[in-house]
Design a protein around this ligand. Structure first.
Ligand SMILES: *Cc1c(COP(=O)(O)O)cnc(C)c1O
Length: 426
């Protein structure tokens, strides 16, 4: 029997993972044992501010009491029925999430990558059934430096060599264009067998790369004029992270999608959600679309044993409730502005930090050193020593994405930890 609860220290626990687990990650050396709100504690009891939020999956804060209460309540009732039968929670969830985001239908999955795969399948089938594209030549446009997950099809259109090399043969049917480049999109759309454009409204893993203000609107308009699907992967940017319910909501920080916001809201033809959809308590992802698109999905065409299970969808409903009731979009917007303005003050005098960028509480600083240097990694180790956890993305970029339940006082405390740490590297 596994000896759970025996009191091993951090070093022994890291050794266990390294010895018996596949080395598919390079974790910062810290072993977390407990979390609450914006804080996590290691096994020795040291407390840290969490500035990664499990890649933005715990926007609602660690172990949010309402989400955990729902999890416990539903876990004691029924957890999994499979979709061979109806369950008493899924219909309620379908109604709730489609009304909140303004789509006719939702297709529930579990992980982000699965939802992206689902969107790719729907897009291809839609183009073949409604536009008569031949199966062999149907294409989807994607952006360079994208991150959409780790499946064989998804890594086929990644240009991260570490993620790709040695995993071929690759899935065909994708055209890669530079991100934030309307001209390149226009040119790629000339191909008569393009079915859609899959894109992140802000490229999170690439280093929080924010496009021009009108990029998403012009993208949507171009896709519309060509009759192809605009597919937004909001797995990381969605659920209030960037200061609005969705990044495609633009400058609107209302909590609900609403028709009145057409001026700023760039509605995608397909919306992909995951991560914070469950507040980090359970893997829940979703693809949302209107009937014109989703009707291509019929019994037998797609599925998942766990997708739409009563435990996951109950947790997701509470997780979305929390975002609305605790005004997390507004808080992310306000604290994000404060964070960037504080960091910009520091950067004026700094040699080690080149710039800060981002929206809401999805931000990154670019370290003034080559992407091959280990400066960003060393800064993250020092931040850890000072009680704040963040992780480099792509060499010389450090992402700062705390839970959205942070207070202004806590944020200013964090800013002073970050400034003090950076100062040691000047
Ligand atoms: C995390 C992420 C994914 C993949 O989600 P998983 O749950 O890890 O499969 C896809 N797209 C984006 C934008 C992400 O940030």
């Amino acid at each position: 029997m596994a000896e759970q609860g025996t009191a091993l220290g951090s070093n022994e626990l890291m050794e266990l993972e390294n010895k018996h687990g596949a080395h598919n990650y390079h974790p910062l050396p810290v072993v977390l044992d407990r979390g609450e709100g914006v804080y996590v504690w290691d096994v020795e009891g040291k407390r840290y501010y969490d500035f990664l939020s499990a890649y933005s999956a715990v926007n609602q804060g660690h172990c949010h009491p309402r989400i955990i209460e729902t999890l416990k309540e539903q876990a004691e009732k029924i957890t999994l029925t499979s979709r061979a039968f109806y369950n008493s929670k899924l219909g309620e969830y379908d109604k709730y999430i489609t009304e909140l985001f303004g789509f006719d239908k939702v297709l529930p999955m579990n992980t982000g990558a699965e939802a992206v795969e689902t969107a790719i399948k729907i897009c291809r089938k839609w183009a073949q059934e409604t536009k008569g594209y031949p199966e062999a030549t149907t294409k989807i446009i994607v952006a360079e430096n994208n991150f959409h997950g780790r499946t064989t099809t998804i890594i086929s259109f990644s240009n991260d060599e570490e993620a790709r090399r040695g995993f071929g043969p690759y899935t065909p049917g994708f055209i890669k264009i530079p991100y934030d480049d309307i001209g390149a999109l226009e040119a790629a759309l000339e191909d008569e067998h393009v079915a859609g454009f899959l894109v992140e409204p802000i490229q999170g893993e690439a280093g929080v790369v924010t496009p021009a203000d009108d990029y998403l609107r012009r993208t949507r308009d171009l896709c519309k004029s060509k009759g192809v699907l605009f597919i937004a992967d909001e797995i990381q940017t969605g659920i209030a992270r960037t200061g609005s319910l969705l990044a495609v909501c633009g400058n609107c920080s209302c909590e609900h999608k609403c028709e009145r916001q057409e001026a700023t809201y760039v509605k995608p033809d397909m919306l992909i959600l995951g991560k914070a959809l469950s507040g980090g308590a359970y893997p829940v992802s979703a693809v949302l679309a209107d009937d014109e698109v989703m009707r291509v999905i019929k019994p037998g065409t797609h599925g998942s044993t766990f997708g739409g299970n009563p435990l996951g969808v109950s947790v997701a409903m509470t997780a979305l409730d929390v975002v609305n009731e605790e005004h997390l979009a507004q808080n992310a917007r306000r604290l994000g502005e404060l964070f960037r303005s504080e960091m910009n003050k520091y950067i004026e005098e700094s040699h080690i930090v080149k710039l800060v960028r981002g929206r809401g509480l999805l931000n990154a600083i670019v370290i003034n050193d080559s992407p091959d240097s280990d400066t960003a990694w060393n800064i993250c180790l020092r931040l850890r020593d000072h009680g704040l956890l963040a992780k480099p993305t792509h060499g010389n970029i450090i992402r700062f994405a705390p839970p959205l339940v942070m207070t202004e006082e806590q944020l200013l405390d964090c800013v002073s930890i970050i400034k003090r740490t950076l100062n040691e590297f000047e």
